[in-house]
Ligand binder design. Sequence first.
Ligand SMILES: [Zn+2]
Length: 126
Amino acid sequence: MNISKGVMKVDEWKGKSVLYKIACACMSDDCDCSVDFNFDNDFGDIEVDFYQNINWADYYNNNWFFTRWWARVKAALRVLWTGEMKLEGGFIIRGQGHIDSIIEAWQEGRDKMISWRKENDKMDIQ
Ligand SMILES: [Zn+2]
């Protein structure tokens, strides 16, 4: 497995979790994304969590300060009255090596989840 370009394995807790960090090609830590594969020993479920700094998406067609500010006020009121909010985040992928590394991290995470599930199933049978 050659996970290297823009992706690193942060840590692995055998049988429980493996955590990868995907760097944004813009080099800002603010848009890096962490992907955490978790295996639930009790139910055999796999959960994938994403961690990233995300923002109010108030910048579309809002170049003027007061229109952005008003959009934020409306969004805050929407959260207060409906409990709903729309946030977004993203990161830039640059080059095939970066894409390949992300795919390899997902494949490695998948393989570990399958392996740990098989180990867990064997323990249930005994
Ligand atoms: Zn970025």
